[in-house]
Structures are given as C-alpha cells and as structure tokens.
Design a binder for this molecule. Sequence first.
Ligand SMILES: Cc1cc2nc3c(=O)[nH]c(=O)nc-3n(C[C@H](O)[C@H](O)[C@H](O)COP(=O)(O)O)c2cc1C
Ligand SMILES: [Mn+2]
Length: 467
Amino acid sequence: MKDLRDFIAKCEEEGQLHRIKAEVDWDLELSHIAKLNEEKKGPALLFENVKGYDSPIITSTCTTTERLAIIMGMPKETPLVELMRHWVEIGSRKIPPKLLDTGPCKENKIMGDEVDLFKFPVPKFFPRDGGRYFGTAHSVITKDPDSDWINIGTYRLQLHEKNILGTQFIKGKHSDIMLKKYQAMGKSMPVAVVVGADPLMFVMGGARFSAFESEYDLAGSIRGEPIEVVKCETNDLIVPAGAEIVVEGEVDPETFESEGPFGEYTGYYSGVGSNPRNFIKVNCVTHRNNPIFMATTVGRAVTDTHMCLALAYGSTLWQQLSDMRIPGIKAVYCPPEAAGRFIAIISVTQMYPGHADQVLTAAISTEMGAYGLKTVIVVDDDIDPWDIPRVLYALAFRFQPNRSQVIKRGRSTPLDPSLPIDQRWITGRLLLDATIPYDWEEKPIRIELDADMVKKVQARWSELGLS
Ligand SMILES: Cc1cc2nc3c(=O)[nH]c(=O)nc-3n(C[C@H](O)[C@H](O)[C@H](O)COP(=O)(O)O)c2cc1C
Ligand SMILES: [Mn+2]
C-alpha cells in the first residue's frame, strides 16, 4: 500500500468503505454524519459531494480494528493485541525512506499569493470549535536543525486565513522541541503538512517515538519497504510521493495568533476559549488531481484518534518495557476508550517476589508511560489484559489497596479534564496490583471442575434440552 487511493481500493474490497453521493455540508453536517457512524463502528466514509466543493473527503479511516489491520498490512480479522505484538517485534528494525525525483503529489503546484486553503473542503466539526480545522487526520513534518532527524507528528491545524494555519504544539512534543531550537537560532522553522497519504502516515503522526528517531523509518519497517518520498518545492523537507495534498510553510517562533478551542479526544474542550499559539505561514501547496481531503472527528471516544493511539502508544509502552529487559511480560493493553494512554493493563508471569511491583513502577518510568499514564493495572498471566470483565474479576478478587500505590506527581497533559484547568501539567498516578502475590506460600485454592464429569455432562447436553 503506497497511498490513500490504495487504501480506499483495499477497503472497498473488504467491505470497509461507504461512498456518500448525496450532498453534505462541510459545516457541522459532515462531522456529525461521521461521528454517529463512528459510534456505530461503521465503515470509512468517502463524501463525494461536499456542498460548494468538487473534491471529496474521507473520514474514519482508522476507527475499527479491521481497518487498523488493513493499514498494518495484516488480515482484517487480526485482534488489536496481535497488531501491537507485530509492531513490537519489528519496531527496532528501521527502513529509511527512498527519495524519488517526482510523484503524483506534484500534479498541481500553487505558489505564494495564489495559495488559498479555502479551496479545500475543510470541515467544521463541533459547534463550539473556534473555526474550521484543516489538520485533523494529517501529519506535520519538521527537521531538527542540529541533525538529520526528521519528525512526523499529528498536531491539529486551524484554518485562520487562506495561507495561515494555527498550530498547537504541546510542550515537549518533538515539533515544540525543534521550534525552540530554531527560536534560539533566530530562525523560522520550515514545515510540511501532509493531508491524505497512506493512513499509516497518520498513525505514525500520532505515534510517540524517542527523540532523534524518524517515524518514516518505522513506517518503512511496517510496510517492509522504504516509504517513497519527494522533496518539497520551497524547503528541504520530504513528503510521501503519493500524498493528496502537501502544504509547505514556516513557523515563526516569535509570532502568535488565537487558536482553538477544539473538541479534544478527551470528549471535552481543554480550556475555556482560544489561546495565542504559533502558526504556519503557507508558501506553497502541491496536490494531486481531484485531491481526497482526509479528516477525523476527534471528540469523544471511540474515534480514529483513540484507535491509533491505542495501537501506537500501547505498542510503544510494550516495546519500552521489553527494552528494560523485565522478564515475564506477557501482554500489554491500553484501552482505546482511554485513548491508549491514561490506562495500561499488563499481564505478567510472576517469577519472584516484587515482580508485579517492578512492572507497575517500570510502566510509569518508561518514556511513554511517564507522559500522562494515570492508572496501571497488573494482572496474572491467566488473564488477558484486553478481556475487561476478567480484569474486573481480578480487581475484585485479587487486588488489595494495601499492595497498591498512589504516586503523587508526574508529567501530565494539558488536555486531562480531571484536573483543574490551570493545574494540568502535573498528575497523580495509581498503580494497582491485581495479582495473587508471588511470595504467598499458601495461595487461594482455585475451584476446578472435574474433567471427566465435564465430558460426561457435555455428552448429555442435548438430552438435557440445552443447546
Ligand atoms: C487526531 C490527533 C490530533 C492531535 N492533536 C495534537 C495537537 O494539537 N497537539 C499536540 O501536541 N499533540 C496532538 N496529538 C498527539 C500527537 O500526535 C502525539 O503526541 C505524537 O506523539 C506527537 O508526535 P511526536 O512524538 O513526534 O511529537 C494529536 C493526535 C491525533 C491522533
Ligand atoms: Mn517524533
């Protein structure tokens, strides 16, 4: 799969895409159709007739495990945990991108004053949003001024003016770290925004790799071949050759415009209004003929964002725990309902006293877990961490508050609505041990069924009138 069009073809083959031919308004109507469809776990939607526009929009590319599996190049029946296991297995392999001379994203070139982002069918999502959002299911590409590190991140982009996009680079995100370096050099930061590529690029945008690691390299590893890229027209950044729309521009670290509010993935607005934030001044747009605009509703769970983060954050947490060489970790699951980041459930084959405690404290000390992970639950290896009823069983019958811990302070996200609006940078954490302690000599005696009797009554099942 090389581009969005390959993904659309594959989804149609697998019954995972619906084309909407009736006219739909970009102003709230489109997002509301997408939202209600997502809540029903419906197909990806290709809106072919957007009011006032002659190019289409696709939404909901990642909202189900089936479509995530298609994006990961695996059979669509593959469970989320197996997608994660695959990610962890190949995660340390890196395949750098391959530079081509040109590609379909160069079919149309618009420079300077001719740029007008209102020519694309940019949706407005929720009534209280600060405006239309150009960037929801996109990726923002930037380069470290001190090294070869090229970063891909998904950071929302508000459409302010025909050539101005508002940003929200949260403190410590890679684009923010890079922007601060350009600021120290007294320079603007070049950026490229990609809308509508192979949806793997969107998953990579939301993924959280270590600094100095390029998301392009893991994308190549997942695809099993280099991602084909081309150079931008007005800067040295590289973008996927088959992208639908590429926006080239720059961020001046010293200038700001009001951005937001925007309906966040927590299901809430993160603040009371808009905030002054850096913005992208657009210098050039290139796009394919009949470009397919890609968007996602964000907002309350479960959306593309929640699924992408459950896959990417969960896999990265799992990988980082493996890198710590802690034995016995059987599986990691970060529920999409918690956006893959606020709750982690880890099953472990205990091998020594204190093993469960070690896993709990390790999880919040990984680079991934140290960012906002609020509740960690460790269960024994007879419980699958994604089997929530069984996890609740363990919380009822194995968990003891006195074997668990509250951590008072850790890095948070400004988006967590459980904290007062002006105190969101620091969170508490809860480490729940829902295992049977390894060091107990006398463990609770499990009720087992008699195997012979099970066979005997199963043989009588229909005679008993049971189906
Ligand atoms: C749809 C969507 C929207 C997002 N919006 C933002 C945003 O506006 N600002 C931000 O800092 N992170 C946002 N994120 C989260 C980042 O993409 C995520 O933290 C990612 O790890 C950032 O890349 P980086 O680790 O290379 O900095 C968003 C994620 C998704 C999936
Ligand atoms: Mn990164």
